[in-house]
Design a protein around this ligand. Structure first.
Ligand SMILES: [Zn+2]
Ligand SMILES: [Zn+2]
Ligand SMILES: [Zn+2]
Ligand SMILES: [Zn+2]
Length: 363
């Protein structure tokens, strides 16, 4: 999988979702000055810690906090969701996944931004003491910095209390698009034009809402259509890179050939990058010559047996229909409906990219 090329200096601007301090380009690059800069950041944070010594519990807590932050995003990781390099540097799981994925995009080996030791999916040891201390540390609300000793208190604070939590306008069911931090909602309430709407306007709005609700039934109809298939097959496919060594873009992953409905099939994924934007498209190909035309729906999902809990819903369910015949043996390339960039990182950081393919044949 890791087709490392340490001489490849392809710079990249991907950022981990929560990344604030370091760019992943810095992390993935082998540039000396960047690493020195990171070390300086680390040293200066140690300096701050030293400077505040001599106080009580809160100082100790702050010093521990500064020592246990993720070296990439400087947030304190969750006790069960962090990674340690072979020299003990700590990264939150999202940042480690992003480093791995970006290294794969760039055909480079992934390494710790501080000591350059190799990062892989194989060395997953966590220091027990570090994990226990992380569990003891108070966590702060990312919106308002209030501190909580219990993670459950933070969840309910974020949901119901925090002034920085994002809320909708109370007229959003009538179509007001405003969303923003709770502390700004009072100001919006006095500006919002929706309370002044006349009966006729409201009627129009309600008719549109009704239309949308009818549209929302489509998934059920779609499911009904798929389940009326005459034959159903599913496969867990291991995707393998092809054409990687030449550095061709877009790059391609392909499954083994599978046998369904008495024909041979291959699933293909293509990774395309335009500037900052990375997309993954999928394509189902019929590799034998069919005797008759075949109307096939297919659906791709993460196989529960191999993916992490976080990954389960990374691919939105989408059904694609195609009529396969001798003159039309592959579907159009469809964008793989991944839920956000972190889902893309998680997919590419997998040791083996595995996908479940459902196929429904209709007569
Ligand atoms: Zn992080
Ligand atoms: Zn390290
Ligand atoms: Zn808060
Ligand atoms: Zn409003």
């Amino acid at each position: 999988m890791s087709n490392a090329n340490p001489n490849d200096n392809d710079n990249d601007n991907e950022q981990p979702p929560a990344a604030k301090r370091l760019r992943l380009s810095d992390v993935a690059s082998t540039d000396e000055s960047t690493l020195n800069q990171i070390s300086t950041t680390m040293d200066s944070s140690k300096g701050e810690v030293g400077g505040s010594s001599g106080g009580g519990d809160s100082d100790l807590r702050e010093r521990l906090h500064n020592l246990l932050v993720c070296v990439v995003c400087r947030e304190v990781p969750q006790p069960h969701d962090f990674y340690q390099c072979s020299n003990g540097h700590i990264m939150c799981d999202d940042c480690k996944t992003a480093i791995l994925a970006v290294a794969i995009f760039n055909d480079m080996g992934a390494c710790c931004p501080i000591c350059r030791s190799r990062i892989t999916n194989y060395n997953q040891q966590q220091n027990l003491v570090v994990r226990q201390i992380l569990g003891e540390l108070p966590i702060s609300c990312p919106n308002c910095n209030d501190q909580f000793s219990d993670r459950k208190d933070l969840s309910s604070h974020l949901e119901f209390v925090c002034e920085g939590r994002v809320v909708c306008c109370k007229y959003h069911c009538l179509g007001c698009p405003w969303t923003g931090p709770h502390k700004d909602s009072v100001a919006h309430d006095s500006d919002c034009g929706f309370p002044q709407k006349q009966g006729e306007e409201i009627l129009d709005i309600l008719l549109n809402v009704e239309k949308k609700e009818l549209g929302a039934q489509n998934p059920v109809l779609q499911l009904h259509r798929v389940l009326s298939a005459s034959q159903v097959e599913f496969f867990t496919l291991t995707m393998k890179w092809i054409h990687r060594s030449e550095g061709l873009r877009p790059r391609t992953l392909e499954s083994e050939t599978i046998r369904a409905f008495e024909e041979n099939w291959v699933l293909r994924l293509r990774l395309k990058r335009v500037g900052e934007k990375i997309t993954v498209s999928s394509q189902l190909l019929l590799s034998s010559t069919p005797r008759t035309s075949l109307m096939v729906d297919h659906l791709i999902q993460m196989p529960q047996s191999v993916c992490s809990a976080k990954q389960l819903h990374d691919i939105r369910p989408r059904i694609n229909r195609h009529i396969f015949k001798a003159t039309s043996k592959c579907t159009n390339r469809q964008k793989l409906p991944l839920v956000g960039r972190q889902a893309l990182y998680r997919l590419y950081a997998m040791t083996w990219i595995q996908l479940r393919l459902w196929m429904f044949l209709h007569f």
